[in-house]
Design a protein around this ligand. Sequence first.
Ligand SMILES: Cc1ncc(COP(=O)(O)OP(=O)(O)O)c(N)n1
Ligand SMILES: Cc1ncsc1CCOP(=O)(O)O
Ligand SMILES: [Mg+2]
Length: 492
Amino acid sequence: MKKALTIAGSDSGGGAGIQADLKTFSAFGVYGMSVITAVTSQNTLGVSGFRAMPADFVGQQMSDVLSDIGADATKTGMLANADIICEVAEKIREFKHENLVVDPVMVATSGDRLMEPEAEKALKDKLLPLALVVTPNIAEAEVLSGIRIANREDVEKAAQIIYGWGPKGVIIKGGHLSGEAVDYYYDGKEIYEYRSPRVDTKNTHGTGCTFSAALAACLALGMPLKKAIPIAKDYLYLALLNADSLGAGHGPTNHLAGYFDHLTKAIRPAKGLPAAKTESNSRKLTGRKLYVITGQEFAKGRPVTEVVSQALAGGAGIIQLREKKWTTRQLVEVGRELQRLARENNALFIVNDRIDVALAVDADGVHLGQDDMPVRMARRVIGPDMILGISAETVEEALTAEKEGADYIGFGPVFHTDTKPDAGTARGLELLAQVKKAVSIPVYGIGGIKLDNAAEVLSAGVDGVAVITAVVGADDITLAAQKFIHIMEGGR
Ligand SMILES: Cc1ncc(COP(=O)(O)OP(=O)(O)O)c(N)n1
Ligand SMILES: Cc1ncsc1CCOP(=O)(O)O
Ligand SMILES: [Mg+2]
């Protein structure tokens, strides 16, 4: 078990400080320990006050932890004053600790200075020379370098000045500049840029802590710094995407419990995860007769989110994101939005093919084909509560999928379709009926299903129809969905 230590303040609101650090360490599967330098009283609106720990007591906490448990990486956050900074530096030297991430918490989100001038001097003279990397935001980089930062050239100049104070690396977090969220890493020779789309959210409380804690967690896991930076940035990006609004001010970024845990399980199935699915998954599908699958290329230029909104307005009970040409970034961004839309309309949201995306956007389920991850392995990764749909073209494939833990079957193509070039030949209504009789889990027919043949599909006894072009390609998507629902409910 790898271990990471945070030396920072306590945030009563839970969004920043040691609370954010420990949540982040856990998300990466790293054992987290904490030395508290100050206790703050704060919420999402700001800091109403803090009490600094006596410097020697900070040192005592460090000695107790480092002499007994030890740490594979350490990060510092709020250090409150010069005495604490000197004590921390002294202990880092005493324990010859090298994997040190210094997050110079000097300027609050509100812009208020959090550190007196003598503390800034102690930080530069005593702690920065011991750091593997220091991670100032723009405002903190301006204080540390003494120059104004308005553009990339200023960033490079400031990074060189800060590097001169002794850290082995400098990351200037550009989140406060305009445009994409770009972070700059300077290793003493070159400057590297790490980009992610800017997330439009007010729930940014604790982003700096979360980023430096994620860096420390990756270092504790043995990653070199240049590999850790993009992962820490990706973690923060997804945490911001998933942040829920808490309180009246800046809510906390969401700590993706098990973020890394989920992904590492995809590589190394976890022991003890229940492989068996819960009965209730199939019941979640009851009554959901129209299953609309996205297909941007057929949507006549309309964005997927608009298509899905209209399909939901028409009564679609299940939405599936199926975009084989999209990047992971597009899938998680749009997937997050579709999950929100589905929840708002009491519909289920399923991701096609991509388990990692389904997990990252907290989808209700994932749909896999015969060439995707095997059913049992997929079940171990997604756990018992996510819905697992499996494609089948034969009765045998459907029976095997059910036995191995599928919650529903997508059977087809029922009729000829040009939408899926690698689909087999049309399987027909008779075989569809045989599959429905053979398995005890819900079956959805798919492939070439239109308004004029939907009633026949229903007569095969299936639980619903899965449709791409007849809905997403319709001029009036909501009306098309309503007509399918009407037919699936026995209407003409
Ligand atoms: C409900 C439903 N059934 C079948 C499919 C087909 O999935 P796709 O990824 O296009 O093809 P395979 O991987 O199954 O070969 C689906 N998306 N949804
Ligand atoms: C994804 C898929 N799987 C079997 S057929 C098919 C395509 C369905 O598209 P359409 O409803 O437009 O025929
Ligand atoms: Mg597939």
